[in-house]
Design a protein around this ligand. Structure first.
Ligand SMILES: C=CC1=C(C)c2cc3[nH]c(cc4nc(cc5[nH]c(cc1n2)c(C)c5CCC(=O)O)C(CCC(=O)O)=C4C)c(C)c3C=C
Ligand code: FE2
Ligand code: FE2
Length: 325
């Protein structure tokens, strides 16, 4: 029997509409994942539903409204663009599907479509360049839940991370150059990554280390000296300590240190979303300018950038060449 291959690009998920009820449905599923919030369910469920969601949903829905596109949530729209671009690049070699860990399009439906076309070998490609137990491992968990109902489980591979591939680093560096960062002596490049609770890192989550290696590799590719770039972590949630330095704190401090011209790139995000378009490009810019900054430029996520799509297509072809022999 000849084997047929399929790729599932997996991103986090996003509300289906920019309303408090749309946000509630999304956050309810996302924040009940033990990989994301590690508090025992018996304690966390009443806290989440009684306090966190009622306080958060209206404000977050308003934030989504600021960035919403005519076609829907940016995270979904740009992930769909990546899926189409990759399918075009790979032609008939492999079928490319898109799924979300939480919400729609579901992993279950993506698998159903591939199975209906006779696919027997799967590459799960999380749209997270760096591995984290809070994101990549949740993709593995969600896949296990889908597979739990299968009598004939296909062969599958999970691509844990792709930050270390030279073509990805080059695509990132090219995007920084294209957006006008010219390594002038007074311009600073800030790599702002989504954060994780510090405790997760202490337990062995390699994410902060992989973020550091990503930033170092891009800085090297751009020929930057140590004073021309910094790294920070954004998007904290809850009261516990998260990995440092914090992006919002740094944005307030940099102007007083003489760093008044800033370019910000967010390499943890394969596509633009709430955390880049609202938290950084809007709120972050305001924070920096109010603190005395003079120039702030957000460098968009790679989205369906041709160099990035070529990088992912070669990773997929590499997988194909291994499973087809
Ligand atoms: C404990 C909470 C959270 C952890 C841990 C976390 C890790 C994490 N998240 C991403 C990527 C994304 N997060 C996004 C939104 C988002 N994240 C959290 C919380 C945690 N994330 C919340 C509560 C939200 C929703 C917005 C809000 O209520 O503030 C998104 C954007 C989704 C969108 O619809 O645009 C992405 C993408 C990574 C990469 C990561 C760990 C490495
Ligand atoms: Fe997040
Ligand atoms: Fe945020």
């Amino acid at each position: 029997m000849t084997e047929k291959q399929g790729v599932i690009l997996v991103n986090l998920g996003t509300p289906s509409e920019a309303t408090p009820s749309g946000v509630r449905a999304f956050l309810q599923e996302f924040l009940m994942d033990k990989r994301v919030v590690g508090i025992p369910h018996l304690l966390w469920w009443p806290l989440l539903n009684g306090i966190v969601l009622p306080l958060r949903c209206k404000r977050v829905a308003h934030a989504y409204q600021q960035i919403w596109l005519a076609e829907g949530s940016p995270l979904l729209v740009y992930s769909q663009a990546q899926q189409k671009a990759l399918q075009t690049l790979l032609g008939g070699q492999v079928i490319v599907e898109l799924a979300m860990t939480y919400g729609q399009p579901s992993l279950q439906d993506a698998w159903r479509r591939l199975k209906a076309q006779g696919v027997t070998q799967i590459l799960l490609l999380p749209l997270y360049p760096q591995y984290s137990s809070t994101t990549t491992a949740s993709v593995a968990d969600a896949w296990q839940r889908v597979m739990a109902n299968e009598h004939h489980v296909p062969s599958y591979t999970l691509l844990g991370q792709h930050y270390q591939f030279p073509a990805y680093i080059k695509a990132l560096a090219d995007s920084v150059r294209r957006e006008g960062f010219a390594a002038n002596w007074d311009d600073l490049l800030l790599f702002s990554f989504h954060g994780i609770p510090e405790q997760y890192a202490e337990r062995g989550d390699p994410y902060p280390q992989q973020c550091k290696e990503t930033a170092e590799a891009v800085a090297r590719e751009l020929g930057l000296s140590a004073s021309q770039w910094q790294l920070s972590f954004q998007s904290r949630f809850g009261k516990q300590k998260w990995v440092e330095p914090y992006t919002d704190t740094l944005l307030r401090q940099l102007p007083a240190q003489g760093k008044k011209r800033l370019y910000v790139v967010c390499p943890a995000f394969s596509v633009d979303c709430l955390e880049t378009l609202e938290e950084i490009a809007e709120e972050g810019k305001e924070t920096f300018l109010q603190a005395g900054g003079e120039f702030f430029h957000y460098i968009p996520a790679l989205n369906a950038d041709p160099g990035y799509m070529q990088a992912l297509a070669s990773l997929i072809r590499h997988w194909l060449s291994r499973v087809q022999c």
